[in-house]
Design a protein around this ligand. Sequence first.
Ligand code: PMT
Length: 398
Amino acid sequence: MNLSGKHVLVGITASIAAYKTATLVRLLIKSGAHVKVVMTPDSLHFIGALTLATLSKNPVYSEYFDPKTGEWSNHVELGKWADLFIIAPATSNTIAKMANGQCDNLLIATYLSSDCPVYIAPAMDLDMYQHPAFKNNLNKLVSFGNYIINSTSGELASGLLGEGRMEEPENILAFLQSFSADQPLKNKKVIITAGPTYEAIDPVRFIGNHSSGKMGYELAIAAESLGAEVVLISGPTHLEIPQRVEVIKVKSAEEMYRSVQMHQNSYDIAICAAAVADYRPIEVANQKIKKSSSTHQLNLIKNIDILKSLGDVKKTGQFLVGFALETQNELENALIKLQKKNLDLIVLNSLNDKGAGFGGNTNKVKLISSDNNIDELPLQTKNEVAQDILNKIIQLQS
Ligand code: PMT
């Protein structure tokens, strides 16, 4: 989001991290935003209102009523003025009050009156950060549609080491800027497959592959930030569940297929980034297979091609994207998949390109549309690749 000209309301609560918010306000002003600051009364012990008023070029609000001037701070007006509201630092106490609508100060009243996107950057000691009561409250705020800017690990004010440090102001600014104001995918449903599938051999072994799920998860995060309703159907991964994304966890290709089928009539855009096993064992042994002879034969049967099944029943208006992971004759193979699976776009990545494909944080792809137009993208982070793929989809749909 370009913050130039935007009304940004900054909320400050009683944490030592409040000193960093002075830098955040400065960065917001530098990026062209109009900034107002609302503080809880206790936060004034950590940073002076004069500092923030000077940096924001606006009066600072902390009480409903100023006895000196007789002026009334209208929380409804403040809430409506804001295009976005960032609360940094947000203490466990304030987060609990926000989650429960406990309106005992101007900041909470403003939060409850605002209808703009709200971003929350928690700061607290590591035991508080881990406490289930805090986690529950934070999850509640996510379920209200608020955005969490996760705390980082490091040395805390208590001297302890661990999670709970407020994210650095530069990164908070980057987080706010990465959200799209235009929301071009608003009212669109996007389904994404991600990660590997595990095809059981016996209770302890499976056939799998090296997919980490990163590419698919980045697509889910990027689609959500563009306003889409996202359903992520994920094979086994160790990745954190993205905020405001419905995640369906599956293991095998068969389970992934059944979950995709549930959404095949209702999606607007489907992106299959999963590395689905092409074959599975015909029989799954009930007990662990014991080693006996020097060789062991597994009989495999073909899995259903999930992407092709979507292509076969694609309706007018639905947009279908596949990936092609190739090791030879890359372009030729990708073009065959594009056509055979009835796709609108195929994303080709080759294991011959350094930094592309499985596991890492980068990828190098070619985007090939159904009219055979090819966009060759440089080596980028998977986050950047995901944004480029979605921009291409939006461009092709308009
Ligand atoms: O997860 P990462 O570690 O971040 O790695 C990303 C990735 C390399 C897995 C990803 O970029 C990628 O290339 N995904 C597709 C991998 C793959 O299985 O490609 P394929 O060429 O074998 O399959 C072609 C397409 O058919 C893919 O969209 C695949 O999801 C789909 N498919 C394949 C077989 C099958 N049974 N069902 C399918 O839906």
